[in-house]
Ligand binder design. Structure first.
Ligand code: CO
Length: 306
């Protein structure tokens, strides 16, 4: 995470340098129309060290290889702590820079970086920032670098995602059972509005679907009040996160008294916990693939008008 101070300082730095990038790279705006320029994809996630949670990444990886059979697909994890843990276990994972270098080594000239974040919050901003800094330090490596936006970027995305999760829970959920999602959220609330938008759309599609966040503005206490307004006996808990990692296994479904499962049981609800990340649903991978295909923000050149 960036400290607020150093982030704004770095941002200032970027704004100062931006005219230089634009002048330097504007010749490349037509790169996509040139035939033969090799494309490659870099999928970027926070990462997880929970072995059972890896299934989400494997599902997304398989979907990408099927959708883009002839082009290289690389992965990067942004969390340094997780990369260290994995390396110690003999399962090294790339950083963003290492992932871009792996694409360059394969002769890729048009890089398509896809954010695997659920919403455009702090982690997504940090990704965009890292890419701009990398491009500045490695000028001329790629003709173009496109950044695909996170999962829940539009109303249509949230509707597609809510249909996908509804289908996934259909068989396991009785009528009258609530479905409660734990999103990540963030303290500074950068993604707070996106979260509220997604919450409203999920709820429009199913009034018994609820959402709150583990680290964001929409709190568990607000969730309890919302649940109390309905005649609900049973609650199905599920992470609104790509992988069912640490938060899902501890904060959501853990045996500790602070977990949402424990607190809901203490409040008198019957509770069932789903430990599958969103990424395990193929329909979620399809939304990301759409975003990769539609990515129009070439970070190495001038933004194109639609
Ligand atoms: Co967290």
């Amino acid at each position: 995470m960036f400290g607020q101070k150093s982030f704004s300082r770095q941002l200032l730095h970027i704004c100062f340098l931006l005219p230089v990038f634009v002048a330097f790279f504007s010749l490349n705006a037509t790169a996509l129309t040139q035939k033969g320029a090799k494309e490659g994809i870099l999928l970027v996630a926070f990462g997880t060290s929970v072995p059972e949670a890896k299934k989400a990444f494997e599902t997304i990886d398989a979907s990408y290889r099927k959708a883009f059979p002839d082009i290289p697909v690389e992965w990067a994890f942004t969390s340094q702590i997780i990369r260290k843990k994995l390396a110690a276990r003999g399962e090294p994972a790339s950083s963003i820079g290492e992932g871009l270098e792996a694409l360059a080594k394969k002769g890729v000239k048009i890089a398509r970086v896809q954010s695997l974040h659920v919403m455009a919050g702090e982690e997504f901003s940090a990704l965009a920032h890292s890419l701009i800094v990398w491009l500045h330090r490695h000028q001329g490596v790629f003709d173009a670098l496109y950044l695909g936006r996170p999962l829940l970027e539009s109303r249509a995305d949230a509707e597609a995602a809510s249909r996908a999760v509804a289908r996934a829970f259909d068989a396991r959920r009785g009528s009258g059972d609530a479905l409660v999602f734990m999103g990540h959220g963030q303290e500074k609330g950068r993604a707070g509005l996106a979260f509220e938008g997604a919450r409203a759309i999920f709820k429009d599609n199913d009034p018994l679907v609820f959402m709150a966040s583990v680290e964001g503005e929409r709190s568990f206490d607000e969730l309890l009040v919302e649940l109390g307004k309905h005649e609900i006996k049973k609650v199905m808990l599920s992470p609104l996160m790509l992988v069912a990692g640490d938060h899902a296994r501890n904060d959501l479904g853990g045996a500790q008294s602070y977990s949402w499962a424990s607190r809901l049981r203490a409040a008198g609800y019957e509770v069932d916990v789903n430990l599958e990340g969103l990424g395990e649903l193929p329909e979620i991978g399809d939304i990301f693939i759409e975003h990769t295909k539609n990515g129009a923000d070439d970070l190495s050149g001038e933004p194109r008008k639609p």
